[in-house]
Design a protein around this ligand. Structure first.
Ligand code: ASP
Length: 341
């Protein structure tokens, strides 16, 4: 579907994947809403664009975002790279909010083009009063169409705010202001169709787009008070190709699980993140067993400023993209370094 002028080279391509924003009751008397609306219906909710802007829609998936897979994200990044190569100035991805922070970060790693990718969705469906879908899509199109003197990469545009993919987090189960960046705050906002940037982020190191067949599963385990090492000891035998451990505070685990973690890391890469939801892991402060100095000396990798979900996205992609563990961990380290450079 094409909306707007066709003679101007400024084109934004919108990919629709489903989610609440696309959800409605499937038939009279049905219980609950389900993703059903395609990109034509989503774009029809917007006012007309100026003739200089062409907006092109693509139906990519129609599903709850919890059903998306890394295979879907790899296909989507191929499609986005293709859209940019075909002349798009920017792109919008519309999907469910539940896994939106993971999609956005995967695309930030995989879509290596100059244009901005703006990811959005809605917390209220079109059946609800105060549906936030149309305003979120409109803002996302504005951000994708904006001309910037720097490269924002992939951002999340929601509730009139712009968030960096590397920091954004869904922080509320139902609120339209659910997306927050606890470590850094938003990068800017949209107002009356204009885009305001108040901060910038450094350019993220990229990851080559992997073959879908090489994608494996990375486990995510959270440290909790009083827990033991039983789960950790089972991870490798279950076939996981890597593991993220969300440690306490700045990246600490109970002393009682350290030996199991070291043994697991001999088999598959283990990355320690912070379970706090903000900040970054320490490198050389605490000296007790299970703290960062001990874990690094045992060969474990640290997630730096990536939270557990984002670290899992990065580890999944590097393990699939590169031929061996050393090369994959080198690429992972490059991502961590580039975040805060
Ligand atoms: N369950 C929905 C999803 O597909 C929630 C949403 O879009 O907000 O993620």
């Amino acid at each position: 579907m094409i909306v707007g002028g066709v003679n101007d080279p400024k084109k934004v391509v919108v990919f629709a994947l489903g989610g609440t924003i696309a959800s409605t009751t499937s038939s009279a008397g049905a219980t609950g809403i389900v993703p059903a609306l395609g990109v034509t219906a989503l774009l029809a909710s917007l006012p007309p664009f100026e003739p200089s802007l062409t907006v092109e829609g693509v139906d990519f998936r129609t599903m709850p975002s919890g059903d998306l897979t890394f295979g879907d994200l790899v296909s989507l990044s191929d499609a986005l790279n293709g859209a940019f190569d075909a002349g798009a100035h920017g792109a919008v991805v519309i999907q469910g909010t539940d896994t939106l922070e993971e999609t956005a970060f995967a695309l930030d790693l995989l879509v290596r083009r100059a244009g901005t990718v703006a990811v959005t969705g809605a917390m209220r469906s079109s059946n609800e009063v105060g549906h936030d879908g149309p305003s979120n899509i409109l803002s996302a199109v504005r951000v994708a169409a904006a001309t910037t003197s720097w490269k924002p990469g992939t951002v999340v545009v929601f509730n009139d705010e712009i968030h960096a993919a590397r920091y954004v987090h869904k922080g509320h189960a139902t609120s339209p202001s659910t997306f927050v960046s606890p470590s850094a705050g938003p990068l800017g906002w949209t107002i009356e169709g204009r885009v305001r940037w108040t901060s910038r982020v450094s350019e993220l190191a990229g990851v080559s787009v992997p073959e879908e067949s090489r994608l494996g599963h990375v486990a995510l385990v959270r440290c909790t008070i009083g827990d033991d090492d039983r789960l950790i000891r089972r991870i490798a035998e279950l076939g996981y190709v890597g593991a993220i451990v969300e440690g306490f505070g700045a990246g600490h685990v109970p002393a009682r699980v350290v030996d199991a973690l070291e043994a697991l890391n001999d088999e598959i890469p283990v990355v320690i993140a912070t379970r706090t939801g903000a900040g970054e892991t320490l490198r050389h402060t605490y000296g007790f067993p299970g703290a960062e100095i001990d874990l690094q000396s045992r060969g474990l990798t640290f997630a730096g400023a990536l939270d557990g979900l984002k670290a899992r996205v990065a580890l999944t992609l590097v393990l699939a993209a590169y031929p061996n563990r050393a090369r994959a961990l080198e690429a992972f380290a490059a991502v961590i370094t580039s975040l805060t450079d």
